[in-house]
Structure formats: C-alpha cells, structure tokens
Write a protein that binds this ligand. Structure first.
Ligand code: PLP
Length: 273
C-alpha cells in the first residue's frame, strides 16, 4: 500500500473497540496495524479490558453515549474513509454504535465502509461480549456491515452452524449474508484439519477463497483484530473488498511469521518492525 509523504495528511480509519492493557489485541492491535498500513487510526473506546498475555480478567464498559460521542466528534472534524468495530461488550453499546454509524454515514449503503469483527470471547474463552448481546450482533450490528469477519466460534454463536468443512463454511457465509452483511468472511484459521488456512468470502453471489500456509506459532494473540484492521485500512485506501481481503490475509500471514514472544502466554500477531 502507498505510504504518505511526511507532509501529507494520510487517510483515516476509525476503530470502535476495546483496549488491551497488554498491548496485544483490541485497539492496540488495530492502531499498530493501521499505522503499518499507512493510515491514521482514530479510536472510539467501547470497553477497557484488564488483560495480559495469559488472558482477560475483567472489563469496564464505557457509557454508550460516550462511545457514540467519540465516533461523532471524529467524523465531524477529522473524517474517515473506513471504520471497524471490535469488542463492543453489550447490547446498549451495539445499539448506540449502530445508531451513530447510521447518523454519520458509516456502514450499510452509506459512503464509509464498515468492517464488523463480531468479537465474542478471547482465544482463552474469556467473554468479551455479554451472552444476551448476541441477538443485537445479529439484528443490529451485522446489517450495518460492509464486511463481517467472524471466527468459527463466533460463526457458531451467530448462525448456529458448526463449520467442519467447505460445505458448512459456505452455508455459514450464506447465513451471515442473509443477516444483512454485504460481504461475509468465514475464517478457517481455527479449523485445524489441513496445513493450509482458508478464508471464504461471499457477497450473496460468488464465493472467493483465500488460502495461506498455516504458520505454527503460539504468538497468535489478536489475529482477528489484525486481519479486520488490515481490511479496513485497505478499504480506506480505496481497494475493493476482495482485494482488501486478499491483502489482509497476506498481511496476517506475514505478521504470524514475525510475531514475537511476550509475557508467559501468547505474544501479539500485530506488527512491530
Ligand atoms: N481483547 C480485546 C479487546 C479484543 O478485541 C480481542 C479480540 O478481538 C481480544 C482481546 C482477543 O484476542 P484473542 O482472540 O487473540 O485472544
């Protein structure tokens, strides 16, 4: 992707998500990824997590009106070319985010594309979304998505489909599209049945597959955030969705090769070089 010259204002992307005190996932992963992809990251904090490389031990939700106000103030003054949601924690925050996105022109059939990463839990199984908020993910958040990027656990929670092979992945992508996402990605990274990691992309018409080698590493914290942030960055640079996904898939594969150790648990996927 083209890097701006020093004097030029770069394109801007907004991430609406949770923080990670360990700096591995969430808003920290988003901001690093976006910077590496040549875009300026604006951040609307939806929740503060208490987190290290071993897990999430708690979180504090930001009042929904403050989350929405962060979005509004950024768009009013700075302007963004793409946006991304990550951890939104509750039904109330999801509703406030959907409402403000509609108001300011983000997502749906509006001018600014929105990548929805429907974050439900950490890789350790620590909840990042209240169980009763999954219905709001389905009915309020996903309809705003230009692209929705669930992992296989999230696919099961949202659609009820257990992805075990290509046929079930296609059914899941169709179900996500039927919920109102323009494009749905079913990420195969957690399907450990082959040496390859294949992501399936569907727009209601055609299926596209993106395959990369599976990179064996324990430093895989925040991989989903990094992928979604790279997609949003490429969209902000004006790339169409299939190209943005192709770029992001290559990006995450490279990041997994370069991921470093941190703490006693899982190091971050998002880049630092
Ligand atoms: N913490 C926050 C704030 C996140 O947004 C995410 C993922 O989206 C995670 C933690 C979980 O990352 P992982 O699934 O790699 O543990």
């Amino acid at each position: 992707l083209p890097l701006p010259s020093r004097a030029e204002t770069p394109v801007r992307v907004l991430t609406i998500a949770g923080t990670d005190s360990g700096g591995g996932a969430g808003i920290q992963a988003d901001s690093r990824t976006m910077a590496m992809c040549g875009v300026h990251a604006c951040v609307a904090v939806a929740a503060v997590t208490v987190q290290n490389s071993v897990g999430v031990s708690g979180f504090h939700e930001i009042p929904p009106e403050i989350v929405a106000a962060q979005v509004r103030t950024v768009v009013d003054d700075i302007g963004v070319s793409a946006a991304k949601t990550g951890m939104l924690a509750s039904t109330e925050i999801i509703e406030a985010v959907a409402e403000v996105c509609i108001e300011v022109g983000i997502g749906g059939d509006r001018p600014v594309p929105l990548v929805v990463d429907p974050v439900c839990a950490s890789m350790h199984g620590d909840p990042l979304l209240h169980a009763d908020a999954i219905e709001a993910v389905r009915s309020v958040l996903i309809p705003q998505a230009t692209v929705v990027t669930p992992n296989l656990d999230e696919v099961r929670l949202i659609t009820g489909i257990e992805v075990i092979d290509d046929a079930s992945a296609r059914r899941a992508a169709e179900a996500l599209h039927a919920l109102g996402a323009q494009w749905a990605i079913v990420k195969g990274g957690h399907l450990r049945t082959s040496e390859l990691s294949t992501d399936l992309l569907f727009d209601g018409d055609r299926f596209l597959e993106f395959t990369s080698p599976r990179i064996p590493t324990g430093n895989d914290h925040g991989g989903g955030d990094t992928l979604a942030a790279a997609i949003a960055s490429a969209l902000a640079h004006g790339r169409p969705v299939p190209e943005a996904v192709e770029f992001a898939k290559e990006w995450v594969t490279k990041c997994l090769e370069w991921a470093y150790d941190l703490g006693s648990g899982h190091g971050p996927v998002s880049p630092l070089w």
